[in-house]
Structures are given as C-alpha cells and as structure tokens.
Design a protein. Structure first.
Length: 322
C-alpha cells in the first residue's frame, strides 16, 4: 500500500478552522495554480515555432485554471509524517495536523470519478522544462504541473490535478490516520477526534525523541488509567502523587488527564505524576540533588512525568521538559 501525507495548518479563517471542517466534511480543496506558494508554478520554456504557439499558449491558459491537491510521498524509511520542514511550512509550526491517505484508493478514485484528472509525481530539476514540438498533450501537462526547482525536492510531492479548482470529495476509506503536531492545542485535538470519531481511523500524537533531533508518533488510546499512590491533606491544599499507567504520555495527553482529574476535586491541589512507583519515595523524601545517588537521579529523571501546582492549575510542567 502506498501512502501520501497532507500537512494542514488548521488556521482560523473567517472564524472557522477551515482545515478541520473540510476534514470532517470528507472533502479537500484543490487549489488554483495562481494561489500556490512557488512563484515559478507552471513555468516552462515554450517552443519558438509559430505553428506551436497557436496551440501551446491556449493550452497553457486553459490549464492555468486547473485545481491541484498536493501530497507528500513518504521518503525511504519514513513510516509516519516526520518531515520537519513540512511540519513547519504547512502545519503551522506543528500547531496543525497531518492526514495520512491510502494513496492507491485516493488516486484510483480520482482517475475513475473525474472526467479530466491526472496524478503526477513531481520531478525536480535545475532548469525549467522546455515544451517540445513533438510533445503530446499529456507530456505538456506533466511538464507544466509536474516540474519544480530542486529547492522544493524535500517535499517529495505527488499531485492530483483536476480540470478546475474547488472542493472535491474524499474517496471512502482513503484516510488511514490523523497525526497531531507537537504544538497542537488540546482544544483542536479534541475537536478533530470528535469530528472523526465515526470514521474508523487511527489518531497519533507526534512527540520528540529524547536527546536527538528525531520525532516519534504514538498511537492515541484515550486511556487515562492511573492510581492515586499518595494523598496528603493540608489545611489549605491537598497533595497527590499519581501513578500514571497509560502509554500516552505526551504533554497534551497529560494536560487532558490533569484537567479531567482536577474536575473531580473539591480543593486546591498539587498533582505529581509518575510512571514508576520507585519515584514515589524519592519525591516524598526530598534531598538536594547533589546528595542523591546516581540511581535515584536516574529514576527521578526518567519516571517523574509531570507536575501541576494548585496556584497554576491550568499549567502542566513536564519533567524532564521534553
């Protein structure tokens, strides 16, 4: 199965999150060539022959009104959408999301449903392509819409080309998963999950990999299993230590868990979250770091997940900060 990724910014447009609304409505927008971000879109060298000027120029003018939906194909060993530049450029610096398509289903649907459509794997070159006198119509189309400069090679792009721009239906079962950016808001993530809950797709949260420039993606299970392993009641506040058992430990999931947990509390509370019971004693019996054993430092740094204080209940501090 071939896959394609579509990175979405999910910006507020006319008081609506356009990208997530289109996603929930099972449509996508094929953009007009004039609105794309490459200033050299559709740039080719035309033949000098006056005979071909007669048909090439009208052809290019006609094709100039096409609609284009661009996707990124996974590169070698890319098992989830992990292209940092694409997240930055097209997903609002990780505040958006990425749609994972079954490219085979999507392209088959496009080619069999629309009268004038094409699927073009973009090629990247140093120089603009030249339309030759012997080029057939399909060759001209692919030179006009399927050639970009080497500066765009990182996109590894495949294009769905339609005879006109506008909203197009998404093929049934072509969406496999949604990946949420590092900096997506809890509100946006919850809205998209709720909108797509009946689509039988998976949801993943993108996270950093410790001590590297790499990313990872963890499947969201929406499981907030936990145990309260310590509760100390003071005159004005309560102190909780919680053993968190869910595999989803990204900052957004932890924030959602803390929000749910706080909604059932009646008093101001400090909440400490760990994922290994050995961290409980270390945190309860605090000593300065320079007096701790190397083993205790290692346990604390790896298994003290987060902390939320009574005086800043809307904040969750991740430890170590990831």
């Amino acid at each position: 199965m071939n896959k394609g990724y579509k990175y979405r910014a999910n910006l507020l447009v006319e008081e609506e999150k356009r990208d997530s609304i289109q996603l929930s409505n099972n449509v996508f927008y094929a953009a007009n060539l004039r609105t794309l971000n490459d200033p050299f879109e559709g740039s080719v060298l035309l033949p000098k022959s006056s005979a071909h000027e007669h048909w090439v120029t009208p052809l290019c003018r006609e094709l100039y009104d096409v609609g284009i939906y661009s996707l990124s194909k996974p590169k070698d060993n890319e098992i989830f959408p992990s292209n940092d530049l694409l997240w930055a450029h097209y997903a609002n610096s990780h505040k958006g999301f990425c749609i994972e398509y079954n490219l085979d289903i999507l392209t088959d649907y496009i080619l069999t449903t629309f009268d004038i459509s094409d699927v073009i794997n973009v090629t990247y070159k140093d120089e603009r392509p030249e339309v030759d006198e012997s080029d057939a119509l399909l060759q001209v189309r692919r030179k006009v819409f399927g050639t970009k400069s080497l500066a765009w090679e990182y996109e590894n792009e495949i294009r769905l080309v339609f005879s006109n721009s506008g909203l197009k239906p998404v093929a049934d079962k072509s969406i496999l998963a949604i990946y949420f950016g590092l900096n997506i808001s809890l509100e946006d993530r919850k809205d998209i999950v709720e909108m797509m809950s009946d689509k039988n797709i998976d949801f993943y949260q993108v996270e950093r990999v410790d001590d590297s420039y790499k990313l990872k993606a963890t499947k969201l299970l929406f499981d907030y299993s936990h145990k309260i392993v310590s509760m100390e009641s003071k005159p004005t506040i309560d102190n909780y230590i919680i053993h968190y058992e869910s595999p989803n430990r990204d900052k957004i999931s932890i924030f959602e868990f803390v929000s749910k947990f706080r909604s059932e509390l009646n008093r101001p509370s400090n909440i400490t979250i760990i994922d290994d019971i050995r961290a409980k004693e270390i945190l309860q019996n605090y000593i300065p770091r320079n007096q701790m054993s190397d083993n205790d430092i290692d346990i604390q740094s790896k298994h003290w997940i987060a902390y939320s204080s009574f005086d800043a209940p809307q904040c969750v501090w991740m430890y170590p900060e990831k």
